[in-house]
Design a protein around this ligand. Sequence first.
Ligand SMILES: Cc1cc2nc3c(=O)[nH]c(=O)nc-3n(C[C@H](O)[C@H](O)[C@H](O)COP(=O)(O)O)c2cc1C
Length: 192
Amino acid sequence: MNTYETILTRRSIRSYLDTPVDPGDLKEILEAGTWAPSGVNLQPWYLVAIQSKEKLEMLGEVMERVSAKIEPSLKARFANAPAVVDETTQFIRKLGGAPVYILAFQLKPDYENTADMINLSIGAALENILLAARDKGLGTCWLTAPVEAEVGNELRDIFAPGKGPLVALITLGYPAKEARVPKRKDGRYTIV
Ligand SMILES: Cc1cc2nc3c(=O)[nH]c(=O)nc-3n(C[C@H](O)[C@H](O)[C@H](O)COP(=O)(O)O)c2cc1C
């Protein structure tokens, strides 16, 4: 698959097979994250890949609470679409049954640089991860729900003590089914 095709065919995957991810593939995917560009080459990310049964259970316990916490706001937002509420809360609770999760933290608790610069750099690492995974036939979904549900510090204390805030969680595994393709909106770029 060429790079352009990888970019266009990457989708957010919310349902996974329990097929394990090859350790060599996982290492290459994390490595791809670390080759992202970053402001003044700070490389301000710290990535934790979770795959052991014990750690998955610890994450699962926190995600149960994330799901319960966001359910009321989803119900209010999608009052006419209970199926969307069900699907989203189920996904957040079980994370689609993915065999691996990557938590992305800021490397340091504080930076002198702007939060934009730090978070954009971490976002670049996350996109590299998504594309490297897609290139290997693996699916991903980038989630900020745990940050929005304010369990970031709890996850940091469990999985990355002493590091900075949680920025996102990525699910990783082989897709169980083909994802729908959310439409792209017009008017998002111009050439002058
Ligand atoms: C910063 C960010 C946060 C996201 N948070 C969530 C999330 O919490 N839950 C979720 O199911 N998807 C989340 N997504 C995935 C988006 O919903 C998805 O990228 C978008 O609908 C477009 O679909 P596609 O990725 O298949 O192209 C997030 C994506 C980004 C970039």
